[in-house]
Design a protein around this ligand. Structure first.
Ligand code: GLN
Length: 194
């Protein structure tokens, strides 16, 4: 199976590890730059994006993940991970990986709507995907070369550009493993560079 790292600084990394195990991949909890060695892909989980971003800066992971990505590693950001993947934010400045050309609205669906679920039509998927949104971000705008995979009322909630995938919702909190399989097969398995 593929060796897939799950960034384990903060947030719901354990759920991703469990699904990866179930799919026969080899998950690795990543806390230090050297943990990235030999990985095919990395998942940046949901949590709190400023906390994860600051921990990334202090642990050297921000630069390490960028190098990993620019050397051909695949990256999937879910929720806070999607915020971190973006190149720019509508909010106050915070550390970002900037590996996907996109403008992110960090608490996009408003503070009142803390969480909700929605059936999403996902490009390339057979049948709807139940999206679990928790203080979810969205992309207000994406650059050329970014393929939109799902949106809600014109708000981008899933996208891909070469070896980077983002989802605003939490596939690791459902029993539907299609996004994990898609990441393993299509994104990690692709030779495409963004
Ligand atoms: N909006 C949150 C943030 O930017 C992310 C919430 C989540 O990951 N569930 O940190």
């Amino acid at each position: 199976g593929r060796r897939i790292g799950v960034l384990a600084l903060q947030g719901d990394f354990r759920e991703h590890v469990e699904i990866l195990e179930r799919l026969g991949a080899e998950p690795v909890e990543v806390r230090h730059p050297e943990d990235l060695r030999g990985l095919d892909g990395l998942i940046v989980p949901g949590g709190e994006s400023t906390t994860i971003g600051n921990l990334m800066v202090h642990s050297g992971m921000l630069d390490a993940i960028r190098s990993f990505f620019y050397q051909g590693g695949a990256v999937w950001g879910t929720c806070a991970g999607m915020v971190l993947a973006a190149s720019a934010t509508t909010g106050p400045s915070q550390p970002l990986l900037g590996i996907m050309s996109a403008l992110v609205e960090r608490n996009g669906f408003g503070r009142q709507v803390h969480s909700f679920e929605a059936d999403l039509e996902v490009k390339g998927f057979d049948g709807p995907f139940r999206g679990v949104f928790i203080r979810a971000p969205y992309f207000e705008d994406v650059g050329p070369g970014v393929e939109v995979l799902a949106e809600i009322d014109g708000r981008v909630v899933a996208a891909r550009a070469g070896k980077v995938l983002v989802t605003a919702f939490h596939p690791e909190l459902t029993d539907d493993t299609r996004f994990h399989e898609y990441f393993l097969r299509e994104v990690c398995g692709s030779d495409e560079r963004s």
